[in-house]
Design a protein. Structure first.
Length: 157
């Protein structure tokens, strides 16, 4: 996390006169990979995932000059982005989809083993997808729809 915050602070300090979306793009390009790397193949605990989500939310708070107690979900949604938890879930589902559709016999054996895991089953149920038959774009849409259902947009019905 230290490297993440060091990179985020460096970008923030060196892009003072850039637009918020430019800063966000830089953070996504240089900072997000620092702790999203490997999250699709490793299963972090709920506490670790929440901690990483807070770190990623703090990036939005800093860019958009928000207070620590303010939710960033609406900003993420309006910027067509996801929170860290949904980013990880989307990456995992895309990985499962690629492995399931692979012609490699080794990957097929790996998929046969992982499709019975609790993590795989709960992810598919949470987003209502069957990675064997859904396209990657359908998986991405399902994750975005789920995030939309979590976000409470002010002024919406």
């Amino acid at each position: 996390m230290r490297r993440f915050y060091a990179a985020a602070n460096s970008i923030h300090c060196n892009s003072r006169f850039s637009s918020e979306m430019s800063k966000l793009y830089l953070m996504e390009s240089f900072c997000l990979p620092l702790f999203s790397y490997g999250c699709d193949v490793v299963n972090p605990s709920i506490q670790q995932l929440n901690q990483l989500n807070v770190c990623w939310n703090n990036v939005y708070r800093k860019i958009f000059r928000m207070h620590q107690w303010e939710s960033v979900k609406e900003i993420q949604r309006f910027c067509d982005r996801l929170d860290f938890k949904h980013i990880v879930d989307k990456r995992k589902l895309k990985l499962f989809s690629c492995v399931a559709k692979s012609r490699s016999s080794v990957l097929q054996v790996c998929y046969a083993l992982c499709r019975h895991s609790q993590e795989y089953i709960s992810l598919c149920l949470k987003y209502g997808v069957d990675v064997c038959s859904c396209s990657v774009s359908a998986i991405c849409s399902a994750v975005v729809s789920n995030f939309d259902s979590v976000v409470k947009v002010p002024g919406a019905g």
